[in-house]
Design a binder for this molecule. Structure first.
Ligand code: BTN
Length: 319
């Protein structure tokens, strides 16, 4: 690990004990100068960490941070894991290395300088605040085989969150994960390759764990994070379970398609059986949400019967 990050991590470990700690004590504990301490703190703030700095008292973390245990993560997986303190985007990293990867390999980071969200948005990625991970998968029969994949990933993610004791979590079609009606996590799938032969897929997942106040101002939609819970799930365990669950679900999806996920989808779908509207440009259709079809289209029951709707431009809303 880069020496500069080792120092920053040591400062975070000291600050994570809680309470204020003076620059002098930090400098002595780390064996560096007070000026170096204040430089590292300023740099951590640039990476999105909120640090209170009070004259006469010292420094204190405004929001608790949880970092991945790299050794435990790597030891627990049957796949390769590329772990970084800072990277442009975990999705971009895997897309740049598709020729050297095997299905199930992951990239995990503590900070993304240009985290990517859906529809060209930025995914706010403060250091240590949240979980940022991408998993590589290769489909042998082309992009058509990956149709509906984002719904499978949403099922995997909700399964893991529920297994870890997160109640009140579910999906808004196609793959926005909500906790108590506010967005908790997102999935961004990017691919390259052939329409009908080998296709490289990168599945990016961001889960909000503990949002620093200053970062929250950059988000233009209602959000939630896991710090609302009485007990915060362990980030490393969550990552291990997520990689394992994704491998199980993707193997099943590859061999049996989306049909085997139809019931699981209904169990995680926040709008199942509820009146919804679908916004498609200027067009709005209203009806009762009644699951998905085998292509991953959302099914809407109206007076005219059940109709399937699919497409990246569709937004689903409660009526
Ligand atoms: C969304 O907009 O809902 C999707 C957000 C996906 C964010 C994750 S964070 C890890 C991975 N790397 C990225 O650059 N984006 C995804």
């Amino acid at each position: 690990m880069h020496d500069q990050w080792q120092r920053k991590r040591a400062i975070i470990a000291e600050l994570s004990r809680g309470g204020f700690i003076s620059g002098e004590v930090l400098a002595a504990n780390l064996g560096i100068s007070r000026a170096a301490v204040s430089k590292h703190i300023a740099s951590l703030e640039e990476f999105g960490v909120d640090v209170f700095s009070v004259k006469g008292k010292g420094y204190k973390l405004a929001t608790p941070l949880s970092l991945i245990d790299e050794k435990r993560l790597k030891k627990s997986l049957n796949a390769r894991c590329f772990y970084f303190d800072d990277i442009v985007s975990t999705n971009a990293f895997l897309l740049d290395h598709v020729n050297d990867l095997a299905s199930g390999d992951i990239c995990v980071a503590e900070h993304q300088s240009a985290g990517r969200g859906r529809r060209g948005r930025t995914w706010v990625s403060p250091y240590g605040g949240h979980l940022y991970a991408s998993l590589y998968w290769q489909f042998s029969q082309g992009m058509a085989q990956a149709m509906g994949l984002s719904l499978v990933v949403a099922c995997s993610l909700v399964t893991v969150l529920r297994n870890m004791g997160v109640a009140g979590v579910g999906v808004k079609w196609p793959n926005d994960i909500y906790l108590n009606h506010k967005k908790l996590a997102g999935v961004l799938i990017e691919m390259n390759g052939q329409a009908d032969s080998l296709c490289n897929v990168v599945i990016g997942i961001g889960v909000n764990m503990s949002m620093p106040e200053q970062q929250s101002e950059k988000i233009d939609q209602p959000w939630s994070d896991l710090s609302e819970l009485t007990e915060m799930p362990d980030k490393t365990s969550m990552m291990i379970q997520l990689q394992q669950q994704l491998v199980i679900d993707l193997e099943q999806f590859e061999s049996d398609g989306l049909k085997v996920f139809k019931q699981r989808w209904r169990d995680v779908d926040l709008f199942d059986g509820q009146p919804i509207k679908l916004l498609m440009g200027d067009n709005v259709v209203e009806g009762i949400c009644c699951g998905i079809d085998e292509q991953g289209a959302v099914l809407l029951e109206t007076a005219q019967g059940v109709k399937a709707y699919v497409g990246g431009e569709i937004s689903l809303r409660a009526q």
